[in-house]
Design a binder for this molecule. Structure first.
Ligand SMILES: *[C@@H]1O[C@H](CO)[C@@H](O)[C@H](O)[C@H]1NC(C)=O
Ligand SMILES: *[C@@H]1O[C@H](CO)[C@@H](O)[C@H](O)[C@H]1NC(C)=O
Length: 224
């Protein structure tokens, strides 16, 4: 797994060096490497709110902590080419008039890997808009990522919108624990759809996204 990731870095680096003379580093998020500047922690009981072309991060009192102007969807997210970090995935597109209301999946935390060499793996279910580019997902992670974590299993919810990445703080879970990842539609206002993603039995994993676009594509996948 690491060799594939190293390959991505080594392919990207010459481009980055051409584009920016100073040293650039990337951090890992589901779907691929990112700039550390684009990673945003959402505080416990906080939420995200789409306002125009920006996303506001709100604290648990509803006060805006910061707002991030979204850019065009990242090609990294639209690409599902295997061997670019993606290991496998399956998806289903909702063509019905009725929106996806509650997408849940239960799975068990696997044993910790037999060997440890700094690897990272993400296992998740997700929903996305029809055009791709954005993704809301409860993620089981082994290894370190831009959200934190380390050589153990941890869970958190992520929302990737364009090149911006929002996540809850990772919570450590043990091998053998049963997980239920759920993405629930919490409200509709005109063309604006609100959702929350969480592991129903792990506190501190809820990520609320208000007034987003409709998320019509269900997915489950594994990447590194
Ligand atoms: C969605 O499914 C989860 C997991 O089964 C459940 O805990 C939750 O109550 C459901 N929510 C709604 C709104 O149906
Ligand atoms: C979401 O958008 C609707 C319609 O524009 C608006 O009435 C509502 O206040 C917004 N929600 C939040 C939490 O601001």
């Amino acid at each position: 797994m690491r060799s594939v990731f190293t390959l991505i870095i080594s392919v990207l680096l010459p481009l980055a060096v051409l584009a920016a003379p100073r040293e650039t580093t990337t951090v890992l998020a589901p779907g691929g490497p990112r700039s550390p500047d684009d990673i945003h922690l959402v505080p416990d009981s906080g939420s995200l709110l789409h306002v125009g072309d920006a996303v506001h991060i709100l604290d648990d009192n509803g006060n805006t902590i910061k707002h991030i102007t979204l850019e065009a969807p990242s090609p990294l997210l639209e690409s599902r080419a295997l061997k670019t970090g993606w290991i496998t995935y399956a998806s289903w597109f909702n063509q019905n008039a009725s929106p996806i209301k509650n997408y849940t999946a239960s799975w068990t935390v696997p044993p910790v890997p037999k060997t440890e060499h700094g690897q990272t793996v993400f296992l998740f279910t997700a929903i996305e808009p029809g055009a791709g580019g954005w993704i809301l997902q409860p993620v089981l992670q082994y290894g370190p990522s831009s959200a934190g974590g380390g050589p153990y299993w941890s869970v958190s919810s992520w929302y990737l919108a364009g090149k911006s990445v929002f996540h809850t703080a990772p919570v450590r879970v043990s091998a053998g624990k049963s997980l239920t990842g759920a993405m629930t539609l919490t409200g509709v206002s005109g063309a604006k759809y609100s959702y929350k993603s969480r592991f129903t039995n792990v506190d501190g994993t809820t990520l609320t996204v208000n007034n987003a676009t409709q998320l019509v594509l269900k997915e489950e996948g594994e990447n590194q």
